[in-house]
Design a binder for this molecule. Structure first.
Ligand SMILES: Cc1cc2nc3c(=O)[nH]c(=O)nc-3n(C[C@H](O)[C@H](O)[C@H](O)COP(=O)(O)OP(=O)(O)OC[C@H]3O[C@@H](n4cnc5c(N)ncnc54)[C@H](O)[C@@H]3O)c2cc1C
Length: 165
């Protein structure tokens, strides 16, 4: 039997009755994967023009992402694919084809801040969540704060505490 549980189920926590005091605002995002034909983009450049491109291999790139606040589990849409394709065509003259389309859901919060710490009524239950579009930025510091909170009983930052709502 676990002594302490840290709930890290991403946007699924918005469906969890134990965390309904948190002001969830999950945001769906769609992405495309493209293959460049002929000239490719320079992989040493950071490509960002309201949408970003991530190099996957010599001529494969992932491009994202759109925003939507419903239909979290729907299949990828033509409209998101078209938005991303046109965004690339407006900003780059090369040829490409779309080889895949997929979607995910960002675990976002109404105030766009992470959600950490211990449940207000269940001392053995904690949460580490709410990184929204900034998982790479927030996760390292937030997991450090959670380790200190759980092992050394230190409070998490007040503006990130799940009890702020
Ligand atoms: C389209 C899109 C674009 C993004 N772009 C960026 C970006 O450019 N830069 C950036 O920093 N961040 C970006 N993010 C955000 C980043 O992905 C998230 O902030 C980060 O993944 C959140 O990490 P997490 O561990 O809290 O949740 P998640 O990564 O969602 O992980 C939660 C895990 O819990 C699992 N889980 C859920 N329910 C259960 C269950 N009942 N039992 C067991 N396991 C369960 C899930 O399968 C999942 O593996 C993007 C997200 C999306 C969707």
């Amino acid at each position: 039997m676990a002594h302490r549980v840290v709930d890290c189920r991403g946007w699924r926590l918005s469906e969890e009755p134990l965390w309904q005091h948190v002001e969830h605002n999950p945001a769906r995002g769609e992405l495309i994967e493209i293959e460049t034909l002929g000239d490719t983009l320079d992989p040493t450049t950071v490509w960002h023009f309201s949408h970003w491109l991530q190099p996957l291999s010599a001529n494969r790139w992932r491009m994202g992402s759109t925003y939507a606040w419903s239909h979290f589990e729907a299949p990828p849409t033509i409209s998101a694919r078209t938005t991303l394709e046109w965004s690339l065509r407006r900003n780059w003259r090369g040829n490409f084809r779309v080889v895949d389309c997929y979607s995910g859901v960002r675990p976002a919060i109404r105030d766009y801040l992470p959600v950490l710490g211990t449940h207000p009524e269940l001392p053995n239950l904690s949460i580490c969540y709410g990184f929204g579009s900034h998982g790479a930025l927030y996760a390292p510091a937030c997991t450090d704060w959670m380790v200190q909170h759980l092992l050394e009983n230190k409070p998490v930052p007040v503006n990130y505490d799940n009890r702020r709502f």
